[in-house]
Design a protein around this ligand. Structure first.
Ligand code: F6R
Length: 632
């Protein structure tokens, strides 16, 4: 998964490409490169590592090119070295190509091309593309009847030979007024400016220049010239398409005074919860209202009727949100729910069950494993008797994504674009989606009383203020605390019940941005093995919220204390046993146990953030990671 950007117009392309790549760096930052057409040649500059390396190299290159393509890479095939960086070119250096995605049949194509005498300069799957294009030109007539451009034909002929999921942008020195863009199962949007056109893997890359965009669909090729945009299908037929206006403001993709996007996004969480409350819940509903539903997700009966089971597929942080979701769906709506890692479910699906809702949770809507698991579920239920047919629901922050195009029923998590690679505000928004879904089902199935329903909704309405209070009162304390752990090697996070996934999430946040080894455990499991890890060098963070498991967590924390671990409590209780056993106590407000995960996760996000920042690490772009994982 990588980021690609392209420009054709009247301005100097280099700066526009670089600023676009800056906004796409969250997708990968192993190397970067751009290619422009200047004075009849393709000018290609590439650099290993982050974008600033490319920027320094480009300072020595003077070009006023008005067309170009750029790429920021997350390595899949081939090491993160300059020779593997995109753009890739043909032997004559006339065609330059950038790709996001994977060419699955590249080894056979590579062999065929080698047999024909083409030499390869990289280890990537992508390099077959410029050679295939060169090969087309070698054997092609001077023009193809009814086609506006031979370059377009060369690309069309080439993509028909490729298998995989990809988005491609290409330029050719022999066709200096054409930028060709292809989509096959990897996202790409076209941007429409005044006498200039753009393409990008994601809208933040072009939002400073235009809000009019056209996301390409699978199997489409766009030809961008200074005069306009034409869209074709792979069969070569011209398609009628309309751009639409984006509801995204360029400020959303700036840090706005925060040191890192991650911190800004942590602070945006009260607003995100408010947006979800407004969108998901009926403000006028009260306990005596028997005609309206308290929840307004707009999901139709074909999702809900005769529902017997729910299965959720997700990865990473979204998987953690799904485990909180399972708890809510089972405890509130009484529906047996299973949560699967999408990457496991794909290859070991559960036996088909009737009347089953399958939910895919993915903030990006582009995670390959989650999309493939959902596609597999859809396919294996096709043609079955009605009760076995697929019912799919997506929970995503990007309804315009591949998930959004693939699934009809979507809950939009309304967190706004998230730039920091570590998910924070999108996680909290996913939790909100699960509260709404579980309460909607509970209302319809009458599995909880209207009074309890009202109590939970009232509690949810308090959450934004409580998050604000936690941020305001605790951030400084957590920052000080974090300084003491900057050199710590291992961490354990404990939680039980609905806060067990929050322990997992706290550990994941710490691992991914601080590179400190951390494990999350259900507190009661410690004694079955992991307790052997504990000593004075291994701090234990315990989430202890009043409710069904409070005393149990306190006892488990005592067991850790007895092994000399330093104990950090995330708890609203600051007296009694809690005050005695916790070496450090991070208070959170006391709320209904069911709602506590939205609050307990906040200090854990801050702890991970401040430890990573103290260690001087690149919080927003941690090593080896990328924001959306569009490969298997
Ligand atoms: C963690 C993180 C990843 C993602 C995972 C799934 O902070 O960001 O673990 O949660 O890659 O991504 P989505 O939700 O886009 O499917």
């Amino acid at each position: 998964m990588c980021g690609i950007v392209g420009y054709i117009g009247t301005q100097t392309a280099t700066e526009i490409l670089l600023s676009g790549l800056e906004k796409l760096e969250y997708r990968g930052y192993d190397s970067a490169g751009i290619a422009t057409i200047w004075e009849g040649d393709v000018n290609c500059v590439r650099a290993k590592g982050k974008l600033h390396n490319l920027r320094s190299k480009l300072e020595q290159v003077e070009t006023h090119a008005q067309i170009g393509i750029g790429h920021t890479r997350w390595a899949t095939h081939g090491k993160p070295e300059e020779y593997n960086a995109h753009p890739h070119m043909d032997a004559a250096m006339r065609v330059a190509v950038v790709v996001n995605g994977i060419i699955e049949n590249y080894s056979e194509l590579r062999e065929e091309l080698k047999q024909k005498g083409y030499q390869f300069r990289s280890d990537t799957d992508v390099e077959v593309i410029p050679h295939l294009i060169a090969d087309f030109f070698k054997h092609s007539p001077a023009s193809v009847p009814f086609s506006p451009s031979l370059f377009l034909e060369a690309v069309r002929d080439t993509v028909k030979k490729l298998r995989g999921a990809f988005a491609i942008a290409l330029i050719s020195a022999d066709y200096p007024d054409e930028l060709i863009v292809v989509r096959q199962q990897a996202p790409i949007v076209i941007g429409f400016g005044q006498g200039e056109f753009f393409c990008a893997s994601d809208t933040p890359a072009i939002i400073s220049y235009t809000r009019a965009v056209l996301p390409l669909d699978n199997g489409e090729i766009a030809r961008l010239t200074p005069l306009g945009v034409e869209v074709y299908n792979f069969a070569g037929e011209r398609l009628k398409k309309q751009p639409r206006l984006l509801n995204l403001n360029p400020m959303m993709v700036e840090k706005q005074g925060f040191k890192h996007f991650m911190l800004k996004e942590i602070y945006e969480q009260p607003g995100v919860v408010r947006a979800c409350l407004d969108a998901y819940f009926n403000a006028d509903w009260n306990v005596s209202d028997s005609t309206n539903s308290p929840v307004k997700l707009g999901l139709s009966a074909d999702i809900y009727s005769d529902l017997e089971q729910i299965q959720i597929v997700a990865c990473g942080t979204s998987w953690h949100a799904a485990i909180v979701g399972k708890y809510l769906l089972e405890q509130l709506a009484g529906i047996p729910t299973q949560v699967h890692y999408a990457s496991e479910f794909r290859y070991a699906p559960t036996p088909l069950t009737p009347n089953t809702l399958t939910i895919g949770v993915t903030q990006s809507g582009e995670t390959a494993d989650t999309l493939a698991a959902l596609a597999m579920e859809k396919e294996r239920r096709q043609g079955k008797e009605p009760k076995y047919q697929a019912r799919l629901l997506g929970i995503t922050n990007r309804p315009e994504s591949t998930l959004g195009q693939m699934i009809f029923h979507i809950i939009n998590t309304l967190a706004g674009i998230e730039i920091g690679v570590a998910a924070t505000k999108t996680f909290v928004a996913q939790l909100m989606a699960f509260y709404a879904l579980a309460l909607d089902l509970a209302y319809l199935r009458q599995s909880i009383s209207p009074t309890r329903l009202q109590e939970i909704i009232n509690g949810l309405r308090q959450i934004p203020g409580e998050i604000e209070a936690t941020l305001e009162k605790q951030e400084h304390y957590i920052e000080q605390l974090a300084h003491e752990f900057a050199e710590t090697k291992d961490f354990i996070f404990l939680g039980r019940g609905i806060n067990y996934p929050i322990a997992l999430e706290g550990a994941l946040k710490l691992k991914e941005i601080s590179y400190i080894h951390a494990e999350g455990y259900p507190a009661g499991e410690m004694k079955h093995g992991p307790i052997a890890l504990l000593d004075a060098k291994v701090p234990v963070v315990a989430i202890a919220t009043p409710g069904s498991v409070y005393e149990k967590v306190i006892s488990n924390a005592q067991e850790a204390k007895a092994r000399d671990s330093r104990l950090i409590g995330v708890t609203p209780v600051n007296d009694g046993e809690a005050a005695e056993i916790f070496n450090d106590l991070i208070p959170v407000s006391k709320v209904d146990e069911l709602l506590s995960p939205i609050l307990t996760v906040i200090p854990l996000q801050l702890l991970a953030y401040h430890i990573a920042a103290r260690r001087g690490l690149d919080v927003d772009q941690p090593r080896n990671l990328a924001k959306s994982v569009t490969v298997e």
